[in-house]
Design a protein around this ligand. Sequence first.
Ligand SMILES: [Mn+2]
Length: 314
Amino acid sequence: MSIIKDIVKKIKEYDTIIIHGHEHPDGDCLGSQFGLKDIIKATWPNKKVYAVGESSDYLAFMGEVDVVEDDTFKGALSIIVDLANAERASDKRFNLSAFRIRIDHHIKIETFADIEYVDDKCSSCAEIIANIAFDNKLKMTLDGAYALYTGIVTDTGRFKFNSITKRTFDTAGRLLDMGIVPQDIDNNLAADTPESLKLKGYVLSNFEMVDGKFAYIKMTRDIIERFGVTDEEAANNVTMLSTIKGVLTWALFIEYEDHKLKIRIRSKGPRINDLAAKYNGGGHAMASGAKMNSWDDVEPFIKDMMEVVNNYTK
Ligand SMILES: [Mn+2]
């Protein structure tokens, strides 16, 4: 794969490398960032490598993001992982860097880097990065393997989604061989606080249904504050609606502190990424995100969603 060869060549070339992810990072985003940082540090110990952007409380076991001054970007290489649109970057200063590489697995909607490797058939960005290391005989420590394994585990819904291929398991197997204890990762990821568990109970009793095919829950500021959970804990509840019989698509609307909304949209059949794009978002065919200015926009969204759902034929 010549793009991958070019990416490895560029990494060799630069002394300072800064790795970016997306806002509200998930396990795959931080796993890819920390995993890639570990690979580069293990292979080229003299390089300065930073993982920048936001962190996430429930993923703190993977490590801390680095704080980097503007000057550091001068003459540096920025690598952006797990990001579909530049606007969603958690640290947009890759524009200050000398060169930009993007490694991603979202459906391509725009180009923002000098070299882009996008494989939208791949389960996770972490799987791509692990294979770049394996195929090019780069080094990796156990910490890096943990980060990448966590990325694969979280983006496949614990090895549950159709995005999984034989290569996903092969990659996970090679990471396991490095000494990973899978239960450690699951214990970290599965930890509920009393607050987040009570919120799950709220979601299960208060979700709404449209025509038996679309289910959704509204996470208002009110609810998030009443239950005392983080925004990330609240947003993760989208998975709670996945098991309702007959439901084809489901969504979680969440109101942030600035009162703007984000939507996590999931599907078992209809492609939802075009709908997400219509509402300032994007992502994967079966898992996307979108944005709204206020609760007033929810009704037209549901209308559009029902069109997608009702036009769906297997
Ligand atoms: Mn991902």
